[in-house]
Design a protein around this ligand. Sequence first.
Ligand SMILES: [Fe+2]
Ligand SMILES: [Fe+2]
Length: 327
Amino acid sequence: MTQFGQYPAPTHVIAHLSDTHFLGADEHATGREDECSDGALLYGVIDTHRNLRRALQQLERSGANPAALVFTGDLTDLGEQDAYVSLRQIVEPVAARMGSAVIWVMGNHDERQRFAIDLYDDDPATGLAMRPQDRVHDIDGLRIIALDSTVPGYHHGDITPQQLEWLGRQLATPARHGTLLALHHPPIPTAIDLMALLELRGQSQLAEVIRGTDVRGILAGHLHYATHSTFAGIPVSVAAATCYTMDLSAPLHSLSGVDGGQSFDLVHIYDDQVVHSVIPIGDHAAVSGFSAGFVQRMAALSPEDRLDIFSNKTSTVTVADVEAGRA
Ligand SMILES: [Fe+2]
Ligand SMILES: [Fe+2]
């Protein structure tokens, strides 16, 4: 693809999704259409399967073919086995067609044992499934570390000293394209009072371990709204949920989950920058745009002609000429 601007193509494209909150099968659901859920509706109204299917359809349609799909926790709502099974059934065929690795991260609504056995095929006999679900993934030289920030039996987050020691050991050797740290509880403040009760504890200890390392970005979820900040000098990006979202325009000091605003993120990794872009889930009517064919015709022109046609407000050659093949 011709480079139109100052930046070459990203070295990696990653999709960041979060908080799918799948429930187990709804025994009472019968005769639903293909796109609809075979899992129970969350709060009786949210079709979590349909929302995720739509997100994945949008991703596949885009042709972005991300190198990895990173799911930052709360994959299921109650840690049910059939919820994990249906999640894999929906995600894995799409990931296979796009050539994407799938990276699962634990959330407070998940259960470690089921997560390890149902998503990572861990052998229950080894006892590994009871431990924090920390894993290192190598995505063409980009290291993605999934860190389990959950506390069994609770909804707030924490990371044990043993986990921090393990993380420090991993980060002692830099990766070729650096590291993304993926964890469920974001190490940033939240504007929702009640969510602060469920925040990640011991953040200063985590900061000590990752400050000055090759960690280039932190991916998180849990809040159910998209937000960005920094932590220990490292950019933090929180993906909103695919199930339902928190309405930050609700009256102060309240908490309001709504069926709207669901989204996922694309993460473009460049040599010196990491760019997070929010993609709303859903079919929205196109009102303007240019085809891939138009872009191809633009690519065939000189940089000066492209600038004249697309940027110069008084150009005599218009984009309509390019669309019609007259330029
Ligand atoms: Fe969640
Ligand atoms: Fe959560």
